[in-house]
Structure formats: structure tokens, C-alpha cells
Write a protein that binds this ligand. Structure first.
Ligand code: 6AU
Length: 286
């Protein structure tokens, strides 16, 4: 892991990025003292908004799966945007685009959800090859959006490992204007470089790493999800943003506002102190 990157604050690292969404995210993290992204995987609009209103003060980013909302109406997006302004967080639609370029651009810009019009950040798989990146960029760049590539996954038996991960990082490196980083379990600077690499990255190559699969007291679910703690993810693996879902909003169909807010605060605090410890550790090394 590069001490050069890990010894720098999120605010300082904003200078490494030309992409507007990456800069805004890093500056939001610094301003709110939060590297917590809350993943709000609930299926009814009011529940969705209630969870976001409760966790919003503690999050730099709210992650949505907009296609699981059963009573979706376009006005939900306006209400989500109002909460984003009220609590000063950015929005990440976890769409995991994976199709040919033409289809992906349509899925990104059209249909019921019109994702590009409101999601500051979205993500894509590399399984269909590199063209998915310029395809999504043709819609997103002019709107100031950013893309995360799925380089690794948190689920047991994931095929996104080894040469797949390396090829994904190489694709990202060719599109630094739009790809701001990865969904991954560790840092990705320098991954996939080989003698035949066309692109030689700068010595201070910096990708954001957003990491799902976190809970404080549980190691997995019954469907293959695997969990680590904020300390393991931020301090030991060097990741930048912790993505936490059920660890915060639980399993119930109804929200307990008090406990949801206090769990969000607990994860914010755990993520941020792991980051502060990391800054200290790597500052003394660099
Ligand atoms: O904290 P959880 O387990 O309740 O939720 C984790 C969230 C879910 C997943 O769709 C997502 O993170 N996720 C992703 C993302 C963000 O792309 C990748 C991955 O490898 N694992 C994972 O859980 O909304």
C-alpha cells in the first residue's frame, strides 16, 4: 500500500482528481468527518426516505438500489435530492451496469429511473469489456458524474479475482476522467501493471476504494455475504469508504429512528477513527 496516498487527508487527495464527483465526494468526507456510505436496500418509498433522513447527518454518501422500490414514482427522486441538500451527502446508485455499451447508455439515461440525472456516482462490471466505460461516460461526464468499476466483490466464491481484477484496473486506468475508483476489498494502485502496459500511471496514482461487506458484530449472512470491521477495512486494507447496509437499518420493515441514527453514528465514528489511525501510521512512514 502506498504510504504516499495513505498519509494524505481525504481533503488533500481531492486535488488528485479532475473528476467533479470524486472531488466533491472527498471534500464532503472531509467536511462531515465521515467515510460512511449507507446502503439503503429497503423496498418502500416512505421507509427509504425515513432511513435516509435518520442516517443522513452521519453519511458522506447514500447508496441506492432504486429498482427495488415497489412504489417508485419520479417524485421520490426530488425528495431524495431534498434530503441530500438537507444533510449534505452525495448519491450513489448501485446499478452495476454490465451490458454492451449501447444498452448500458440507455439503462443509465432513460427508462423510469433516469439514473444519470440524479446519481452523482454509479458502478459497472467489467465483464463485457472496456467499452462500457466510454459508453457510460458519453452520458455521465457532461453531468459531472463519476464511475466505480467492480474490481472485487465481497461475496463468497466471487469470480472477480486475479487476472479479472487486474484487467478491470487496467480498463479504469485508461479512463481516469470518468472512472474515479473501485468497489473492492483493498487498494488498487499499481494493480495490473506489467511490462506490456501502455499506460504508465503517475507515481502518486490514486483511486478511491469503496468497500461493502461491513458489520461490527457479524461475519456474514446466510446468502454468501462476508463482513469485516471498519478497522480491518480502512486501517488494515487501506480502503477509503465503508459501505454499510443491514448493520445500520436492520431487518425490520419499519424504522426505529433512534436506533438507526445511533448505529449510523457508531459506524461513522468507527470508520473515521480507523482513518485517523491510518493517517497517523502512514505519516510516520512517509
Ligand atoms: O451491508 P449489507 O450486506 O446489507 O449490504 C451491502 C450492499 C448491498 C450490495 O448490493 C452491495 O453493498 N455490494 C456491492 C456494491 C456496493 O457494489 C458489491 C459487493 O461486492 N458486495 C456488496 O455487498 O447493497
Amino acid at each position: 500500500m502506498s504510504a504516499k496516498i495513505l498519509s494524505q487527508t481525504y481533503g488533500k487527495r481531492a486535488e488528485h482528481f479532475d473528476n467533479v464527483a470524486a472531488k466533491d465526494l472527498l471534500l464532503t468526507m472531509e467536511r462531515k468527518k465521515s467515510n460512511l456510505c449507507v446502503s439503503v436496500d429497503v423496498t418502500h418509498s416512505q421507509h427509504f426516505l425515513d432511513v435516509i433522513d435518520a442516517v443522513g447527518p452521519y453519511a458522506c454518501l447514500i447508496k441506492t438500489h432504486i429498482d427495488i422500490i415497489e412504489d417508485f414514482e419520479p417524485s421520490l427522486i426530488t425528495r431524495l435530492q431534498d434530503l441530500s441538500t438537507k444533510h449534505d451527502f452525495m448519491i450513489f446508485e448501485d446499478r452495476k451496469f454490465a451490458d454492451i455499451g449501447n444498452t448500458a447508455t440507455l439503462q443509465y439515461s432513460k427508462g423510469v429511473h433516469k439514473i444519470a440525472s440524479w446519481a452523482h456516482v454509479t458502478n459497472a462490471h467489467s465483464v463485457a469489456g472496456p467499452w462500457i466505460i466510454p459508453a457510460l461516460a458519453s452520458v455521465g461526464l457532461q453531468l459531472g458524474r463519476g464511475l466505480l468499476m467492480l474490481a472485487e466483490m465481497s461475496s463468497k466464491g466471487s469470480l472477480a479475482t486475479g487476472s479479472y481484477t487486474e484487467a478491470t484496473v487496467r480498463m479504469a486506468r485508461e479512463h481516469r476522467d470518468f472512472v474515479i475508483g473501485f468497489i473492492a476489498q483493498r487498494r488498487m494502485e499499481g494493480v495490473g501493471l506489467n511490462a506490456s502496459s501502455d499506460i504508465v500511471p503517475p507515481e502518486d496514482e490514486d483511486f478511491l476504494v469503496l468497500t461493502p461487506g461491513l458489520q461490527l458484530d457479524v461475519t456474514g449472512d446466510h446468502l454468501g455475504q462476508q463482513y469485516r470491521t471498519p478497522k480491518e477495512v480502512v486501517l488494515e486494507a487501506g480502503c477509503d469508504v465503508i459501505i454499510v447496509g443491514r448493520g445500520i437499518y436492520g431487518k425490520s420493515e419499519h424504522i426505529d429512528v433512534q436506533s438507526t441514527a445511533s448505529l449510523a453514528e457508531k459506524y461513522r465514528e468507527a470508520g473515521w477513527s480507523a482513518y485517523e489511525e491510518r493517517l497517523k501510521k502512514y505519516s510516520s512512514e512517509s
